[in-house]
Design a protein around this ligand. Sequence first.
Ligand code: 5AD
Ligand code: FES
Length: 350
Amino acid sequence: MKQSGQLIDKLEAESHLTKEEWIWLISDRSPETAEYLFEKSRYWQQKYYGNKVYTRGLIEFTNYCRNDCYYCGIRRSNRAARRYRLTKDQILECCHQGYELGFRTFVLQGGEDSRFSQEMLEDIVSTMKQNWPDCAVTLSLGERTYESYLGLYQAGADRYLLRHETAQEAHYKKLHPPELSLEHRKKCLFQLKEIGYQTGTGFMVGSPGQTPEQLAEDMLFIRELEPHMVGIGPFVPHHDTPFAREQGGTVELTLFLTGLLRVMMPKLLLPATTSLGTIDPRGREKGIQAGANVVMPNLSPVSVRKKYDLYDNKICTGEEAAECRGCLERRMKSIGYELVTDRGDFPGDL
Ligand code: 5AD
Ligand code: FES
């Protein structure tokens, strides 16, 4: 505990650890270290965000995907996936409902679906910005060209989420087919930042083959990228993927890493993720208590929710948008936090 405690103090003071120090801190954790960490992570959370929790309305607008990631339920080789696309009107209807419910950020997330052309996407983004000028638009559309990212930014998109999934080359190859590369993923992330997006990355916790060494590399990469947001959630096996029989990630490690991220970069926007809520009924509450400050309830039409099936037993697939929002409001209240109606931008400079 002594040495771990000292490393946490060092991380807080310098916001940097060596790879060896990260490995030690991650491998050697204990309930006592975690408590020590969470006291600090909550201190920084309170300093920048108080007891306010930002909310983002998630619109899962297509589950067609040209990629074949081994962990993901909507990978292209999953013939059992029931595919859907929302129309522009359906997407706008989600925003309309979301706005009434108090959402001021909309996240358009989808598989890499080329049926949505650049022009269509720019049109959707600019219409959203015209209709709801006080809202932020976040995109989560995977890897695209610099020109495409730039065009969408010029159409009005404010933020972009693209998890790096793992920052170690060999591990990236274990999780992805050969046509995908960590190098390209990283290049996209640096381009997004350069263009001016508030940029989010992140990774799965407990994905097959992950060890403390790879997590150390994730932390080092995040430090180097300096994103505005980091989404982490446990890996949850999906029955129709090559990883169906693999072990899932744990709540305990996800919370510990959440705390470390908050202490390393105190202003980060850190969601308590749906996958964390999936493996533990109070997972999102625990995520907030470990230092997270964002939740992302689902705004997709209930008719398609079960089809955006990234992993097994995903929560919030039967509830209406209003129910999801209400549910999270109660959950946050139960731990002394409140959901706020706010764009929830990154505060100040990096
Ligand atoms: N378990 C947990 N998270 C997953 N994702 C995809 N598949 C799974 C899974 N089986 C996450 C990825 C992706 C995000 C949209 O969902 O990290 O970036
Ligand atoms: Fe969706 Fe609870 S947040 S049902």
